[in-house]
Design a protein around this ligand. Structure first.
Ligand code: ATP
Ligand code: MG
Length: 250
């Protein structure tokens, strides 16, 4: 479903090159929920943006549903829903409903489809009370819920979330967690970054751990717990970072 093949990404920062991704390879299967872990600056957002066709790899390739991110970005955009941390992408002067309608139009949904979809999403997120209020006056959690709904408006098969629960309270985080379970039941493929180990442990089938642009581990979570003799993901993550990718074989 998502194939990341030897991806390297360099940014030019004035005269200096920053290598954000170094020969990263792994794949995400259909229906799989994968957690992307790594310290600040590890390359998580860069990788998600590359998969979402928003950045081009300096080297290597990414394919999504068989389409290459450079050759067929439009085919990919139709099939993915993306949400990046910190950027809500919402218009403050519009209501939540108007925001969602705006994105529905961009994806070519009919009026009827849009109405049904917005009703479903509003119900799912408990947003019905404020659906017709202007987003400008919303709290962080309310905005985040509308953003997540926006990500899902066109019912995408593949969903990329960058730190989806950062800034959300416990209730909203739980809504997100339930949503992931539901999307998984619907057979969606989900890749999300998080600094919250408990969340990854609870939701994910597999994890990809990054350190300074390199993939230090990728694999099934239960198998990882078995091989490490522990189910303390925080501890495992820290020890993988210390060991680096010496032992890593994909
Ligand atoms: N547009 C850019 N120009 C220059 N450097 C960049 C750019 N985008 C990312 N980088 C660099 O690439 C590296 C990886 O950044 P990235 O945002 O992918 O990390 P991250 O794992 O998402 O971190 P965080 O947990 O803080 O969100 C960092 O060194 C960052 O400074
Ligand atoms: Mg990031």
């Amino acid at each position: 479903m998502i194939e990341i093949n030897e991806v390297t990404k360099q940014f030019q920062d004035k005269k200096k090159f920053v290598t954000a991704l170094k020969h990263v390879s792994f794949s995400v299967n259909k229906g799989e929920v994968v957690g992307l872990l790594g310290e600040n600056g590890a390359g998580k957002t860069t990788l998600l943006r590359t998969i979402a066709t928003l950045l081009q790899p300096t080297d290597g390739t990414v394919t999504v549903s068989g389409y290459d991110t450079i050759k067929n970005p439009n085919e990919i955009k139709k099939r993915i829903g993306v949400l990046f941390g910190g950027e809500t992408g919402l218009y403050d002067r519009l209501t939540a409903r108007e925001n969602l309608e705006y994105f529905a139009v961009l994806y070519g949904l009919s009026k009827h489809e849009t109405k049904v979809r917005i009703d479903d999403l509003a119900k799912m997120f408990g947003m019905r009370d404020y659906l017709d209020r202007k987003v400008g006056g919303f709290s962080k959690g309310m905005r985040q819920k509308v953003s997540i709904a926006r990500t899902l408006i066109h019912n995408p098969d593949i969903i990329l979330f960058d730190e989806p629960t950062t800034g959300l309270d416990i209730t909203s985080s739980n809504v997100f967690r339930q949503l992931v379970h539901q999307l998984k039941r619907e057979g969606k493929t989900i890749l999300f970054s998080s600094h919250i180990m408990e969340e990854v442990s609870m939701l994910c089938d597999s994890v990809a751990m990054m350190h300074k642009g390199e993939l230090v581990y990728h694999g099934n979570l239960q198998e990882l717990y078995q091989s490490e003799g522990s189910s303390d993901l925080n501890y495992i993550f820290m020890s993988k970072l210390v060991r680096g990718n010496e032992n890593y074989a994909s």
